[in-house]
Design a protein around this ligand. Structure first.
Ligand code: SF4
Length: 236
């Protein structure tokens, strides 16, 4: 990893802020961020659309998959289905340590922030030290904290790239249809945003996709997109 110069995100935004989707990925994966950029994917309800674009640009792009130990069996199976279908060759499965798993145990029952820190934020922070930029599938259409995101953002020491930030739910659906992409098996049961099983619920028609995440708790992000522990992994 090279030390990121201050203002890199702003400079990249000035150069490439007019791009999105595959065009943006091409410009960054084959250009300035070559070898220093990875994708994070939950292999959830909409993940196949971004991964399809990544595979078209370079199937050897590192794809970081956080296996929290609490994922649905359907997600673990879907990961292999998508990997084979798209020809992705560099999926990096990242897991919490034994000590983190032991401490996290059933924390999702009464301390979701600590549970997410142990199962997601800390393991991700360890692996992202090798990269200068992370690509994610966030979209403004998801609402909540995501309604104002940009395609290129400064993530306090790491650049956050969201090639689908401007994409509507309709455009995502169109991509699934046009590209013949397989759906996550739980989508047909009205799961529209899929994370760990204890914290994911199906949604009613008309509800925002992420309304089923941490339902009943004042929380809508796990922390991996806000990098609450900081880039240097302090305290990890
Ligand atoms: S989503 Fe739920 S189970 Fe998964 S790490 Fe966060 S609190 Fe724990």
């Amino acid at each position: 990893m090279s030390a990121l110069e201050q203002g890199t995100a702003q400079r990249l935004r000035a150069l490439f802020g007019h791009l999105d989707g595959k065009d943006l990925l091409e410009a960054l994966i084959h250009g300035e961020l070559r070898g220093r950029i990875a994708v994070t994917s939950s292999f959830g309800a909409e993940s196949a659309v971004l991964l399809d674009l990544v595979a078209a640009v370079d199937p050897a792009t590192p794809v970081i998959f956080l296996d929290t130990g609490e994922l649905f069996d359907e997600t673990l199976a879907y990961r292999y289905q998508i990997e084979r279908r798209l020809g992705l060759t560099n999926i990096m499965v990242v897991r919490p340590t034994e000590a983190e798993l032991a401490e996290a145990e059933d924390l999702w029952r009464d301390d979701v922030d600590r549970c997410c820190e142990l199962r997601k934020v800390r393991p991700l922070a360890r692996v992202t030290r090798a990269f200068d930029a992370l690509v994610d599938g966030r979209k403004r259409a998801h609402g909540f904290e995501r309604q104002d995101i940009s395609t290129i953002e400064d993530g306090a020491g790491i650049i956050k790239i969201s090639p689908l930030a401007n994409w509507s739910a309709e455009r995502i659906e169109r991509s699934f249809a046009e590209r013949g992409l397989p759906r996550h098996p739980l989508v047909e049961q009205n799961y529209r945003s899929i994370g760990c099983w204890p914290c994911t619920r199906p949604v009613e028609p008309g509800q925002p996709a992420r309304a089923g995440r941490w339902a009943g708790v004042a929380k809508s992000e796990c922390g991996i997109h806000t990098l609450v522990l900081g880039r240097d992994g302090a305290g990890i």
